[in-house]
Ligand binder design. Structure first.
Ligand code: ADE
Ligand code: ZN
Length: 355
């Protein structure tokens, strides 16, 4: 673990969180409370045992096991207030970590699939975002995720994005793409939907190159006009792709603990993050589904500092990159960058900023 002084420095850095799923941010405690409130049975979960981790009931070692847990948590969400509350709870935790801006992924298709109407989701997201901005001056914006295994939900997901944008102007930043990447689901049928989203001023922010290799990243770039890549860590398998990403300045949202938990990399020490940076790629850190991977954004910064021996200047640069790669209002970006530059180096690191 880094020194308390370095941990405090990380907390003080204004940061943007660009890879975080709303449904994957629900803590076990909150999931239990919602399940009790709505009378939802979480199979294998003792709703009264506050100390137990939901992972004990839904152990996972791979993506499909992880998805079962993810869906169980999603099934606790029924009414607008449930959605508002999970947004509010997430906002409290992000603000406590020095996050001033977050692009949060939400997956309407998951909830539609279990028969939920759009109205409670639209109302809950808008209300939760409003509460968070008011309480913390933390700006949340949404990425609406298309799921690879539900291509027929792509158009309704864009419809949801536009409805949310109309209800809460400026709330939606883009269209994402998630779900299992290692099964051969063509993205070509999604091309039209993503093109329409871009024509509506939304950004294209798909996951690619996490569970499968460079071919998925090429496809995201060519078919979906990807402007940032979720994960993308497998790009290193293809030097021509790395060169393309560097030349075009396409950033990667890298989530180290997620990659370890889902078996994308064997350990944090072997994570390719240093090699991605050495290759000249633009990278920001994200926490993906933090309680499910027993992490949060603060810990992601702490863990990479520890694993790679990085000091204040490298950590400050990572926080700066997160602000730069965000699609946030220019005035907020300017304010965050100015505050970032003003954070004093921690004791023992003054004068010469260790890398
Ligand atoms: N949905 C939630 N987390 C995800 C991940 N790590 N990859 C793809 N889809 C996801
Ligand atoms: Zn993700």
């Amino acid at each position: 673990m880094p020194s308390p002084a370095l941990a405090a420095f990380i907390r003080a850095l204004p940061k943007a969180e660009l890879h975080l799923h709303l449904e994957g941010s629900v803590t076990p405690k909150l999931a239990r409370r919602l399940a009790r409130r709505r009378g939802v049975v979480l199979p294998g979960v003792d709703l009264e045992d506050e100390a137990a981790d939901l992972r004990d009931a839904f152990p996972f070692v791979d993506f499909s096991g992880f998805l079962r847990l993810y869906l169980a948590i999603a099934s606790c969400l029924h009414e607008a207030e449930d959605f508002a509350e999970i947004v509010e709870d997430l906002g409290d935790r992000l603000a406590a970590q020095g996050v001033g801006y977050a692009e949060v992924t939400f997956t309407p298709a998951l909830h539609r699939h279990r028969g939920l109407a759009d109205a409670p989701m639209l109302e809950g997201l808008a209300e939760g975002r409003r509460r968070v901005l008011e309480r913390h001056d933390l700006l949340l914006r949404w990425v609406l995720d298309v799921v690879r295994i539900f291509p027929e939900q792509a158009e309704p997901t864009l419809g949801f994005a536009l409805a949310l944008q109309a209800r809460d102007p400026g709330a939606v930043v883009g269209l994402g793409l998630g779900g299992p990447e290692d099964r051969p689901h063509e993205v070509a049928p999604l091309r039209e939907t993503f093109a329409r989203a871009r024509a509506e001023g939304l950004h294209s922010l798909p996951h690619a190159g996490e569970l499968d290799g460079p071919v998925r990243i090429w496809e995201a770039l060519r078919e979906l006009g990807a402007e940032r890549i979720g994960h993308g860590v497998r790009c290193l398998d293809d030097p021509a792709l790395v060169e393309h990403l560097v030349r075009e300045g396409i950033p990667l949202e890298v989530c180290p603990s997620s990659n370890v938990c889902l078996g994308v990399v064997p350990s944090l020490a072997e994570h390719p993050l240093p090699r991605l940076l050495d290759a000249g790629l633009r990278v920001s850190l994200g926490s993906d589904d933090p309680p499910l991977f027993q992490t949060d954004l603060q810990q992601e910064y702490e863990r990479v500092a520890d694993a790679f021996g990085w000091g204040p200047s490298r950590l400050r640069a990572l926080a700066g990159a997160s602000i730069e790669h965000a699609f946030m209002p220019a005035e907020r970006a300017r304010r965050m960058q100015a505050a970032l530059a003003a954070v004093p180096a921690p004791p023992g690191h003054e004068g010469r900023e260790a890398s």
